[in-house]
Structure formats: structure tokens, C-alpha cells
Design a binder for this molecule. Structure first.
Ligand code: SDX
Length: 429
């Protein structure tokens, strides 16, 4: 398409190129706008602003479509594994058998963390939020690899990617063990990614721990569903920090902090706390819905709504179905699931939600499965981060390897005071 956009302003006309994506998304390229016209654009929250082109993940918010490297999420959820999806996102293709074997074995070989690094856990209070621990530990990993974290060096990129994927579960499980005063359980090379994590989380040195295949399968599915989501808040944070050529550990650590927020990945913890509050306080579902509509209250119906999906989040559909299956197989009856179902039904028939196209998102049901697996509520967002890690890495790598990468530095429109001298300002009080 050679069509151009014409901007008419101040009696002048400016031609702007139009970019068309693989799925016919269209964008006006404003990269030369200021030089041509002196104007910049303003877009609070970037609702209308694309930060980059990307070949990793495609979302169609109107139709509830999600694809990783073109493959529908429903098919990956059914047929793939988390480490295979991680390879797909990061390298742009499904690994063949030997590539997948080599990938899994490279990750397995790097699951231990330096013994000195473990000493950092001593400084954290036992009730410290694990997202703070994760961001601190991931950034601190870089202090052990200063000879191999140059983002412009391909070999450094490869080994750093393996180290991050390998050590994230170990660091997460150690944080959990620290919080309950139990000894950390080391990774076992004979176990796969999800088995290892479950073992490090729930085994104790005093007896054999049997990994439940149902829990392993449920965890693998949840990690796949969280693996990437194009330019969400935390992925954009990873890109922005990475664009300064800070090392990948610093970029991922910043993504963890962004994910922590209750408007983003922290919502899965908020959902469980909201469901528990409804159960314990006797608040009715209707009352909660009404409360979430009050403009002044900062209360939102957690797990509902989405910047892109104006339809049911395809991940929420899959997780909701899996919740029933996992709880049945585990023989778990969870009263919070009944409340969640009631809440969803009430919201989906409420005009406020219908008009604003607010549907359940990935966070609405995921916590019920984590809970059934024995994972504590304050670790839910860590689980989101474990799933999202390959997506953050893929987004970072795509940016770093792009020939026209620039440091991210948005403009602003200044609305502060006109020039004033120090003495006048002092007088102004
Ligand atoms: C994730 O971006 C991604 O891809 C994120 C994610 C990923 O995989 O990376 O999908 C993961 O973060 C999912 C979202 C998890 N967050 C929550 O569940 C928190 C609750 N949801 C909201 O806070 C909200 O829906 C957001 C943050 C998710 C989206 O916010 P937007 O797009 O900025 O929309 P908005 O805040 O401008 O809301 C539009 C309207 C407002 O009402 P009006 O001003 O029109 O009167 O809808 C209302 C909002 O008040 N609204 C809600 C609501 N979400 C939006 N009202 C009540 N409850 C809600 N959950």
C-alpha cells in the first residue's frame, strides 16, 4: 500500500507514510512528523501509539485472537510444552527434536544459583513480597556474569537467555521456601522444567516427594498461556530499559517490577483477595460489581477488562475450562470458583460492563488453579512472571537485534510555569 496520510495543520499539508502489518493492521508512521511539521503527538497511556513493529505475537482484541509466531494459542495450549513455546517465541520457529533436546538440557544445566547469591535471602523479611525478591535477585544475578552480559555480543545474549530461563524457577522456589522457613530444595537434572519447579517448591529433605502429573500438566499449560502478549506494560518496560543497552538482567528485573502492579500481573493476586473478601465479608456479588463502578473508588473488578481485548480473553477461556478439569482431577472443591462464576455471570450481564466491553482476562481464573496446586497467593504474580519470561526475552532480543534500534525517549508537552527568576520565585513563596 503506497497510500499516505495527509495531515493538514496551520495551513500546511504534510504527507505521512502508512505502514500495513501482516494482519492488515494499519499505522501512520510519524517518525519524521516533528522534523517536518514541528508537531509531536500526545497519547496518554499509548492507547493509539505503536512503539515498534514486531513479528513475535499477534493479538486481535475485537475477535479475541492470540497467536505466538502465527500459531493460535489454543493449539499451543493443546499440543506444545512451555520450553518448546519459549524456544518458538525467542527464535521464531518451533525447535526440531534435537534442538528441543539440546535446549532443555542447556536450561537444565544452569538451574543452580551461586551459593553466595543465596545469602541475599537472609536479608529479606519472611513476609517480604516475592516480587520484590525476584526483581532484586534477577538484577543481582548480573553481578556473577559481568564477563558475559554485553547485550551487543551474540554469545553473551545466548548464555544470558539460558541462565535466566534456568534460574528464574530456582530463585522463585527459594523465595517461597525462605518465607516458610524450610530449607531450599535444589534442582534435580533428571526432572523437566515444571517437575523441577514443583519439586523445589513442595519437596522437603526428610522424605520423598511425588510430583503429581496433573499439577505438572496444569503448570505447563499456565506457563504457555502467559508466555507473551506483545507490547503489554511489562514487555514495553523491558524494551525501554533494554534500549539503553543496560544488560538483560536489569531489563528483566524492571519487567518484574512493572508486572507487579495490580492493574497488570498483580491482578491475579488481587482476584483471589477479592474472592476471599466476598466470601469472608458476606459482600454480595452485586455489591462488589456496584462498588467497582464507582468512579471515585480506586476499586476495580480485578481480572476483568483489558486494553486490547474487547472480547473474551482467549487465555481466560482456556484457563476457565482447565480450572474445572484440574480441580476435578485433584479432587479439590473450591468455594471461590463458585463465587468467580457468579461474579462473571453478573458482570457479563451488567450494562456498565457490557457497554465498556469488560470481559474476564487471563488473571480472573488463573489463581484458582495456582491455589489448587498449593501455591500461595503472594506467589501468583511470580508465576505470571515465570510464564512471561520467554516473552520478555523475545521482545528484548527482537529489539536488540533490530538494525534501527534506538534508545526509547518519549517527548512531552510542557504545561508548567513560564520562565521565572529564582528571586521572583522565592518571593512568590
Ligand atoms: C494483564 O496489556 C496486556 O496485554 C496485559 C496482560 C498481559 O498478558 O500482559 O493481558 C495481563 O495485565 C491483564 C489485566 C489485568 N488487570 C486487571 O484485571 C485489573 C482490572 N482491570 C482494569 O484496571 C483495566 O481493565 C485495565 C488496566 C486492564 C485496562 O485499562 P484501560 O484499557 O486503561 O481501560 P480504562 O482504565 O480506561 O477503563 C475504561 C473504562 C473506565 O470507565 P469509564 O472511565 O469509561 O467510566 O472501563 C472501566 C474504567 O473505570 N473499567 C473497569 C474495569 N476495567 C475498566 N471498571 C471496573 N472494573 C474493571 N476491571
Amino acid at each position: 500500500m503506497n497510500e499516505k496520510a495527509i495531515l493538514k495543520v496551520n495551513g500546511q499539508e504534510f504527507e505521512l507514510p502508512i505502514i500495513v502489518g501482516t494482519e492488515n493492521e494499519t499505522a501512520i508512521d510519524i517518525s519524521k512528523l516533528r522534523a517536518m511539521s514541528g508537531y509531536i503527538t500526545l497519547d496518554n497511556g499509548y492507547l493509539n501509539t505503536g512503539a515498534c513493529t514486531s513479528a513475535i505475537t499477534f493479538l486481535d482484541g475485537e475477535n479475541g485472537i492470540l497467536r505466538y509466531r502465527g500459531i493460535p494459542i489454543e493449539q499451543l495450549a493443546e499440543k506444545s510444552t512451555f520450553t518448546e513455546v519459549a524456544y518458538l517465541l525467542i527464535y521464531g520457529k518451533l525447535p526440531n527434536e534435537s534442538e528441543l533436546k539440546e535446549w532443555n538440557s542447556a536450561i537444565t544445566k544452569h538451574t543452580l544459583i551461586h551459593e553466595d547469591l543465596k545469602r541475599l535471602y537472609v536479608g529479606f523479611p519472611k513476609d517480604g513480597h516475592p516480587m520484590a525478591i525476584m526483581s532484586c535477585m534477577i538484577a543481582s544475578l548480573s553481578t556473577y556474569y559481568q564477563d558475559s552480559y554485553d547485550p551487543t555480543n551474540p554469545e553473551h545474549r545466548e548464555i544470558s537467555i539460558i541462565r535466566l530461563l534456568a534460574k528464574f524457577p530456582t530463585i522463585a522456589a527459594f523465595a517461597f521456601k525462605k518465607s516458610i522457613g524450610q530449607p531450599s530444595i535444589h534442582p534435580i537434572n533428571a526432572l523437566n522444567y515444571c517437575q523441577n519447579f514443583l519439586n523445589m517448591m513442595f519437596a522437603v529433605p526428610t522424605e520423598e516427594y511425588e510430583i503429581d502429573p496433573i499439577a505438572e500438566e496444569a503448570l505447563d499449560l499456565l506457563l504457555i498461556l502467559h508466555a507473551d502478549h506483545e507490547q503489554n506494560c511489562s514487555a514495553s518496560t523491558v524494551r525501554l530499559v533494554g534500549s539503553s543497552l543496560a544488560n538483560i538482567y536489569a531489563a528483566i528485573s524492571s519487567g518484574i517490577c512493572a508486572l507487579w502492579g495490580p492493574r497488570h500481573g498483580g491482578a491475579n493476586q488481587e482476584v483471589l483477595e477479592m474472592l476471599n473478601e466476598i466470601h469472608d465479608s458476606g459482600l454480595t456479588v452485586k455489591q462488589v460489581i456496584e462498588k467497582s463502578k464507582q468512579k471515585f473508588s480506586n476499586f476495580r473488578l480485578s481480572g476483568f477488562g483489558h486494553r486490547v481485548y474487547k472480547n473474551y480473553d482467549p487465555r481466560a477461556k482456556i484457563i476457565k475450562k482447565a480450572t474445572y478439569k484440574v480441580l476435578n482431577k485433584l479432587g479439590v472443591k473450591d468455594h471461590l470458583l463458585d463465587i468467580a462464576i457468579e461474579l462473571e455471570e453478573a458482570a457479563l450481564t451488567d450494562d456498565f460492563f457490557v457497554e465498556r466491553k469488560l470481559y474476564p482476562n487471563v488473571d480472573f481464573y488463573s489463581g484458582i488453579i495456582y491455589r489448587a496446586l498449593g501455591i500461595p497467593v503472594n506467589m501468583f504474580t511470580v508465576m505470571f512472571g515465570m510464564g512471561r519470561l520467554p516473552g520478555w526475552i523475545a521482545q528484548w532480543k527482537e529489539m536488540i537485534e533490530s538494525p534501527d534500534m534506538k534508545i526509547g525517549r518519549p517527548r512531552q508537552v510542557y504545561v508548567g510555569p513560564k520562565e521565572i527568576s529564582y528571586d521572583d520565585a522565592k518571593k512568590g513563596g
